[in-house]
Design a protein around this ligand. Sequence first.
Ligand SMILES: O=C(O)CCC(=O)C(=O)O
Ligand SMILES: [Mn+2]
Length: 205
Amino acid sequence: MNVQGSFFDDGNAANIPLLNGELFFYPQFFQMAESNHFMQVLTDTIAWKQESMTIYGRKVLFPRLMAWYGNTGSSYGFSGNRFSPEPWTPELLQIRQRIAPVSSAHFNSVLLNLYRNGQDSMGWHADDEPELGPHPVIASVNFGATRRFQLRYKSNHRLKYELALTHGSLLVMKGSLQEYWEHQVPKTTKVSAGRINLTFRSITP
Ligand SMILES: O=C(O)CCC(=O)C(=O)O
Ligand SMILES: [Mn+2]
């Protein structure tokens, strides 16, 4: 289904107009009770790990916990790491099924991030790894603490956009967004609670 078509089904959806990129935000995609349930179950059942990357020969820990789930064979590499996915859990399959109608993509994997508090973060990057293909559709699901999600245009950093990713929200990134824009989740002293973000992706080995 076309994402725009879903606007008639969900009055809360918004198409955020950006130069050279498509962004769709559903602030209350999941209801409060479901969101609380997923936050709890994912916190307890996902195989969270603190991965490291090597920068100028030094091992540096990522400032968050991560996990990678998906179809066998959808291995995924970034920052010098190569991840083989854990098999889908029932809750991850339920979430994937819920977002399928508004994402118009077949997701074979999901990268999960657990931000333990406001000191955990993700720096500027684009989801432009070759295995995602040229115009990837990435569906980003959020549970727990609200965190700021910032975008900046690669060739002109003064062009920027920011939104608050709230408990139960869904953000869909598509078109040429990853080619022209970067995004980040900055550190904040204002948040002490945890947040889980899931980015559903389609990987071509
Ligand atoms: O936590 C977020 O909202 C962003 C996650 C992200 O950009 C990623 O996993 O590539
Ligand atoms: Mn990303």
